[in-house]
Design a protein around this ligand. Structure first.
Ligand SMILES: [Zn+2]
Length: 247
């Protein structure tokens, strides 16, 4: 029978060595081995040709979108330029998270949409700092708004992880800090081409070279996947999504 989805229990309280799964030939396989195999498969999937193609496409999308934004018809309309620029942030965040998790089922779609939303709403801090809904005021601030401080990224992601641990949120939420991480980093790196990275309280770096922004954006989902694997989040995700085992 094809496509049987095993629900492996990855909670630390369980005793994986006691459990058994079924291998390709129907022979019993220790559950710990099945979990390790699952983790390895999740990591290999990160470097599959489909995944590499998707991240190359992401890099190309950055170049095409940024060139399109330079069109005079867009540049001459402040709201249109701001809306399309923000939509580009959102699509890059969405695409990056899609490369990390792979689109396999409907709930994955909700996840990537959330990642896109997170990457977009960062710019709302322009309005917060301007204290008005005037776009003109929001784009001509004397200093950069708070969510654009890159030092906040590890603080926010680790705080979120801590809160989830305190609240004992289920595995279904395990990837949320990583989603926030990738959404914020892609946004900051893209903004850094014009403004540099703002590493408060130390100040701004020089503007990032364009090639560095594109290559960082295209590489980040793979780096994120490897970090998730190393920190044990990756196998929780693949367990959550289920593993196809032929029996
Ligand atoms: Zn921004």
């Amino acid at each position: 029978m094809q496509g049987f989805y095993s629900k492996l229990d990855s909670s630390p309280s369980s005793s994986p060595l006691l459990g058994v799964g079924l291998g390709r030939e129907g022979a019993p396989v220790p559950l710990s081995l099945a979990v390790e195999t699952e983790k390895a498969q999740a990591l290999l999937q990160t470097f599959s040709s489909a995944s590499l193609l998707a991240s190359a496409g992401l890099g190309m999308f950055c170049v095409v979108a940024d060139h399109a934004l330079q069109l005079s018809v867009i540049q001459h309309h402040l709201w249109l330029r701001a809306a399309l620029d923000n939509a580009t942030h959102g699509l890059i965040g969405l695409w990056s998270w899609a490369v990390v998790i792979g689109l396999r089922k409907k709930s994955d779609l909700y996840e990537v949409l959330l990642a896109g939303l997170l990457a977009s709403i960062i710019d709302l801090d322009h309005f917060y700092m301007a204290g008005s809904l005037s776009l003109k005021a929001a784009v001509s601030l004397p200093q950069r708004p708070p969510l654009h401080c890159s030092s906040l990224i590890p603080v926010l992601c680790l705080s979120l992880r801590f809160l989830m641990w305190i609240g004992r949120l289920k595995d279904a939420w395990c990837s949320l800090p990583w989603m926030l991480f990738i959404s914020m980093v892609t946004h900051h790196v893209r903004d850094a081409v014009r403004h540099g990275l703002w590493v408060c309280p130390f100040g701004n770096t020089a503007p990032l070279p364009y090639w560095l922004y594109v290559s960082t954006t295209a590489t980040l989902p793979h780096l994120c996947s490897v970090l998730m694997y190393l920190t044990g989040t990756r196998d929780v995700i693949s367990t959550k999504h289920g593993v196809a085992i032929d029996v």
